[in-house]
Design a protein around this ligand. Structure first.
Ligand code: F6P
Length: 385
């Protein structure tokens, strides 16, 4: 019977606790032993009390909790060989032979490297005298399964990451609140949203809130963007709009990759159009808080699937990442998913923006088009040909 550990890593996201709950319960339901590793890779390196056997009751009430109740951390030691050797030793100590990791692409890549290195680590535990050969014998292979937890929705191969819809919901609520005060004073607001290098949150918030203009890294505005933005917003005002909302993704830049900062946009709206303008940085408000219904379902379905993937794995199966594609929970090759994600980053760096738009799984072009249609006050407002 397998001994399966679950951990969360990288930035927390709403739904991570639900994923842990599902993994723990499906593990126990499958007759296996469940462990949680606290504080991400740091807990794996530290071992001892940081690796805790979990019971059914331990995760009661976790489904609706925000963040991750087993903690997460950025861990320098795990990037070093000695740190991974210590982590491997701790796993042998607890008899753990499978690891489910819920995190972003960096955390998942780290996990797969660990799996690759595993036989070498076992060997080193023996040659260094830390373990007897018979102690490591049952642990010749390590199963790794990834779950994608991130508010950014930046991993290729899946339509949604655990947490992205909760975050989008919080952004929409916040913009609704801002709308009321903006309307009252006829003000403009520049709202900065998270997403790191991915514009999913900004684009979807633009569509969902009917923003006047958005900036995302995958589709930077034209060379003449300052005038273009001002003329669109001027026209919206002439049509009778009392408020203006511009959404800036934190990773936004122009076509030369110069960072577009919310303050730059604010100055333009104030100085060129004369709008009383404020900047709101939503920050970590959009990352914390309870998961929405979708993330509760996604984390539960995917947590269950992760344990099934562990139980069905053979030594030759590449590490899977649990995805959702067209509303179906599916397994994809973890390494390939990370590679595809990094390809999009490279397209942006190389200023191949059209390809970057196509490279994002979530039909960015369709959403971009819909945004432009719905926000336009007439045909000439549309940013697409
Ligand atoms: O990846 C999630 C995320 O919230 C990004 O959107 C953001 O760029 C980053 O993490 C912020 O990280 P930190 O909380 O370490 O400042």
């Amino acid at each position: 019977k397998k001994r399966i550990a679950v951990m969360t890593s990288g930035g927390d996201s709403p739904g991570m606790s639900g994923a842990v709950r599902a993994v723990v319960r499906q593990t126990i339901a499958s007759g296996c032993t469940s462990f949680a590793i606290y504080e991400g890779y740091q807990g794996l390196v530290d071992g001892g009390d940081m690796i805790k056997e979990m019971s059914w009751e331990d995760v009661r009430g976790w489904l609706s909790e925000g963040g991750t109740l087993i903690g997460t951390a950025r861990c320098a030691a795990f990037r070093e060989r000695w740190g991974r050797l210590k982590a491997a030793d701790n796993m042998v100590e607890k008899g753990i032979d499978a690891l489910v990791i819920c995190g972003g692409d960096g955390s998942l890549t780290g996990a797969d490297k660990f799996r690759e290195e595993w036989p070498g680590l076992m060997n080193e535990l023996v040659t260094s005298g830390r373990r007897k050969p018979e102690e490591v014998l049952p642990y010749r292979h390590l199963n790794i399964v990834g779950l994608v937890g991130s508010i950014d929705n930046d991993l290729s191969s899946t339509d949604a990451t655990i947490g992205c819809y909760s975050s989008l919901q919080r952004i929409c609520q916040s913009i609704d609140f801002i709308d009321a005060t903006a309307f009252s004073h006829q003000r403009a607001f520049v709202v900065e949203v998270m997403g790191r290098h991915c514009g999913w949150l900004a684009l979807m918030a633009g569509v969902s809130c009917g923003a006047d203009f958005i900036f995302i890294p995958e589709n930077p505005p034209s060379e003449n963007w300052e005038e273009e933005m001002c003329s669109i917003i001027r026209r919206h005002r002439e049509m009778g709009k009392r408020k203006t909302i511009v959404i800036v993704a934190e990773g936004a830049h122009d076509r030369q990759l110069n960072h577009i900062k919310p303050d730059m946009v604010k100055d333009l709206l104030s100085n060129r159009i004369g709008l009383d303008t404020r900047v709101t940085t939503l920050g970590h408000v959009q990352r914390g808080g309870p998961p929405c219904a979708y993330d509760r379902m996604l984390s539960t379905l995917q947590g269950v699937e992760a344990v099934k993937a562990v139980l069905e794995a053979t030594p030759d199966t590449p590490s899977p990442v649990i995805c959702i594609v067209e509303n179906k929970i599916v397994r994809r090759d973890l390494v390939k998913a990370v590679e595809l994600t990094q390809n999009v980053a490279r397209m942006i760096e190389a200023k191949r923006f059209e390809e970057a738009m196509k490279g994002r799984d979530a039909e960015f072009e369709e959403y971009w088009h819909a945004f432009n249609i719905t926000t336009a006050t007439d045909k000439s407002d549309m940013l697409l040909p």
